[in-house]
Design a protein around this ligand. Structure first.
Ligand code: NAP
Length: 364
């Protein structure tokens, strides 16, 4: 289905843009990134739940008042969804049916065959067939495919084994607050932490498995023992990159506020020198190679936080297999992992003439 809105010739006219989940960490980053990148916003509407209606969010030197999410958003030209599964399930296709474009950050539509799952540097071509709903991948998938694509092009990846060290902001604002609260509470009982006194740790943190001073899975267990997060990374990586790549993932939550880190092992179709891998990564848009161990330069979440590039380093051979490589990736899960990628998708659609104002400005 191609509507007039999505099919119209490229235009520089300003768009009617809506952000759902604007009071969350991803939605907030979206608003800032729209402004930073001078995205052609004519009118900006911000949505969240009734709890947040009336809040004021700064944008371009003024403020925009947050509204309760409802049918009204469906007449926007572009809706960036960062309001969770419920909002995306209810409204993403309604936006598309009304002739607009929905870019969705939730996991609701990512594996739907009608919906392209897009990281523009990796598979912008998938946008060509969009029907008005485009999905952003999970933040861990995002960092992973940015590092994999240049290596895959150079030496055909056969198998990927990944361990992730994910920040709490990947679970939203509440998880960031929980880490800070647990940290403060547990600092009151350092002896319980030192001795692994589970009873007192649980009492102080208010949970048996705090994320503060800990490393733990993000459970929603799947029948095979994977977590839901792990299952998402496997399926999404194969949808974006190549369904022939075998993917094995272990995701962990660590006491970091922003920035996901991945330790990646790659089995390749042929040997690839470390220098050639670094060169391919360095030439790839959106990747920054940070790989000078002797100068203490390596990717960390603190270095990635607040920045756009996906950092890749510690590129090493596998001493037992010339057709394998190891590397470390760090990325800001809120920017490239979510908000920036959504805005980049919109920029691509705009440049391709697949997104534009649906109505003359005077009628809006
Ligand atoms: N955090 C990440 O790194 C990341 C990365 C990729 C994708 N995502 C996805 O992005 C979405 C937002 O995540 P987040 O981390 O920003 O979460 P968050 O900080 O908890 O923010 C959630 C936002 O959604 C709003 N919201 C909640 N339920 C809603 C509903 N039924 N209708 C409309 N708005 C609703 C909240 O409004 P109130 O303030 O009124 O509660 C808030 O603005 C999720 O789908 C998440 O899976 C997140």
């Amino acid at each position: 289905m191609m509507t007039s809105g999505r099919g119209r010739a490229g235009t520089s006219a300003a768009l009617d843009v809506a952000v759902v989940g604007a009071t969350g960490v991803v939605g907030g980053a979206m608003v800032r990134i729209l402004e930073e990148r001078a995205f052609p916003v004519g009118r900006l509407r911000l949505y969240a739940t009734a709890r947040s209606a009336g809040k004021a969010v700064p944008f371009r030197g003024a403020t925009v008042t947050v509204e309760e999410t409802g049918e009204g958003l469906t007449d926007a030209d572009l809706v960036l969804f960062a309001g969770g599964d419920d909002a995306s399930r209810r409204f993403a296709w309604a936006v598309a049916e009304a002739g607009g474009v929905a870019v969705d950050n939730s996991s609701t539509w990512r594996m739907d065959p009608r919906v392209p799952l897009v990281v523009p540097e990796v598979n912008a071509g998938a946008l060509a067939g969009h029907r008005g709903v485009v999905a952003n991948p999970n933040c861990t998938t995002m960092a992973l495919v940015m590092a994999l694509k240049p290596i895959h092009d150079a030496a055909r990846i056969r198998r990927v084994v990944v361990a992730s060290y994910q920040s709490v902001s990947g679970g939203g604002l509440d998880n960031m607050r929980a880490l800070l609260d647990q940290t403060r509470a547990l600092l009151e009982v350092p002896d319980a932490l030192e001795r692994g006194d589970a009873e007192r740790v649980r009492a102080a943190a208010g949970t048996a498995h705090p994320v503060a001073f800990n490393v733990r899975p993000q459970w929603k267990w799947q029948p095979d023992g994977d977590t839901e997060e792990e299952a998402k990374v496997v399926a999404e990586t194969r949808k974006i990159m190549d369904a022939d790549i075998a993917v094995s993932v272990t995701t962990m939550r660590v006491p970091v506020l922003v920035g996901h880190t991945l330790a990646v092992h790659l089995d390749l179709g042929r040997p690839l020198e470390v220098a050639a891998a670094r060169a391919a990564l360095a030439a790839f848009p959106g990747v920054e190679v940070v790989d000078e161990p002797a100068a203490d330069r390596f990717p960390t979440p603190l270095q990635a936080a607040g920045r756009d590039p996906v950092l890749v380093g510690r590129v090493r051979p596998d001493p037992f297999d010339p057709s394998a490589l190891r590397l470390v990736v760090a990325s800001d899960n809120l920017r490239k992992g979510a908000a920036l990628n959504a805005v980049q998708i919109a920029e691509h659609l705009l440049a391709a003439g697949r997104l534009g104002p649906r109505r003359p400005a005077a009628r809006r």
